[in-house]
Design a protein around this ligand. Structure first.
Ligand code: 13P
Ligand code: SF4
Length: 387
């Protein structure tokens, strides 16, 4: 079984320790408050699911999780609902109630093709909006309206309109981590699984040698090292990934000789320069599956390691914990309540939806690559223009 080694750094808030009696009682109370108990029927229904999270959920905690998990899975059947679970969900959500799991791009593709009547987005608000844009006839629920994103909050539709006035004729490529209103002002969206492909397509399609890539400054800088297209960027940051530094990597290598360091491209360039591999959350998971490193660090949101570890028994995960406070708003209780009350339904005004959909559709229409983009590591910095 994979081992999870908690690293005593880095700059984040730190995780609630697994196996703490306080945490377990909290969940038990949450289940009891909803009239849910751990009985023989729940045990029989959930025993097989426990095997998927045994590596991170201690046995004594399972009776606290299992009643909520059984109830959610029953509610899904009753309401013809599916749960789209992002890679940053906690392991009990990701492995025990998620129907489709993956990175932003994979979840958007699932939203566009599911037959279910209801989509519960176990992720953040911009992901739920993307689902609603692609599947307007479905009810899309976000279990906690506070599940935002610092990148999405860094830019508005009005900002994009001003940018377009300043750079007429230059295509606007927008990271999916943005509001529907921002997508509606954009020419095409991208994710970290396809950013270089989209940037190069946009430059060719518009017949220009530069594109605007917003709002993540670090993603833009990391893309700039891999293409001859000139990049104009915005100063948005992911509050989770901006905390990692090259010094953290040096400390991790010193403490764990031979460790393989993987980073998400929302990290600063000096982190990618010092890492062994970089890519979207799907690319990081694929790297571990394919290469089975003996010991690995995932420089990204904390729960990723727990989720990837389930199918990587030969790998030990050193886990420096940087939590995304927005992703962590989504709990089993919140998902359960969303399915009972059918709240909070995400709505996107139709004229905004249609324009945002065009930008997303252009991205989805590009040839599907066999695997998500590998970002280059160890590269020098390339100049980008900051708006
Ligand atoms: P991915 O598209 O790699 O899943 O990233 C989404 C995200 O929010 C990363 O912080
Ligand atoms: Fe946004 Fe960063 Fe959280 Fe991803 S990890 S949802 S980019 S704040």
């Amino acid at each position: 079984m994979a081992r999870i080694i908690e690293a005593p750094l880095l700059n984040g808030e730190g995780c609630a320790p697994r196996g703490s009696a306080v945490g377990a009682f909290g969940k038990l109370n949450a289940a009891a408050a909803r009239g849910l108990v751990y009985d023989d029927a729940v045990k029989a229904e959930t025993d097989a699911l426990y095997e998927r999270v045994r590596h991170v959920v201690p046995e004594f905690e399972w009776p606290a999780f299992a009643p909520l998990i059984a109830a959610i899975n029953r509610l899904k059947r009753e309401k013809n609902a599916v749960i789209l679970a992002h890679n940053y969900m906690t392991a009990e959500i990701f492995h025990c109630v998620g129907d489709f799991r993956g990175d932003s791009l994979q979840l958007a593709r699932e939203a566009a093709k599911t037959d279910a009547a209801v989509i519960v987005q176990a992720g953040v608000h911009f992901m739920a909006e993307t689902s609603k844009i692609l599947a307007p006839e479905k009810t899309v629920l976000i279990p906690d309206l506070r599940a935002g994103c610092s990148l999405a909050a860094s830019i508005t539709g009005a900002d994009v309109r001003l940018i377009k006035q300043r750079y007429p004729g230059v295509p606007v490529v927008t990271y999916v981590n943005t509001s529907a209103e921002v997508k509606a002002e954009s020419d095409v969206t991208c994710t970290s699984s396809n950013a270089v492909q989209v940037v190069e397509w946009a430059a060719k399609e518009w017949g220009v040698d530069r594109v605007i890539l917003i709002p993540d400054e670090y993603l833009a800088r990391n893309v700039a090292t891999m293409t001859s297209v000139k990049i104009i960027a915005w100063k948005g940051r992911c509050e989770v990934h901006e905390r990692f530094s090259a010094e953290d990597i040096a400390e991790l290598r010193a403490a764990h000789p031979g460790v393989v360091i993987l980073a998400h491209p929302e990290c600063p360039q000096d982190v990618l320069a010092a890492a062994d591999y970089a890519g979207s959350t799907a690319a990081l998971a694929a790297y571990v599956q394919e290469k089975s490193p003996r010991k690995v660090v995932l420089l990204t949101e904390c729960s990723m390691s727990d989720n990837v570890a389930a199918s990587a028994p030969a790998t030990d995960f050193v886990k420096p914990c940087n939590l995304c406070p927005h992703m962590k708003r989504i709990s089993l209780e919140a998902i359960h309540d969303a399915l009972v009350t059918m709240e909070h339904a995400v709505e996107v005004e139709e004229s905004v939806r249609l324009r945002a959909k065009q930008a997303i559709d252009r991205m989805l229409a590009l040839p599907k690559t066999e695997r998500p983009l590998d970002f280059e590591v160890g590269r020098r910095e390339v100049a980008v223009e900051i708006i």
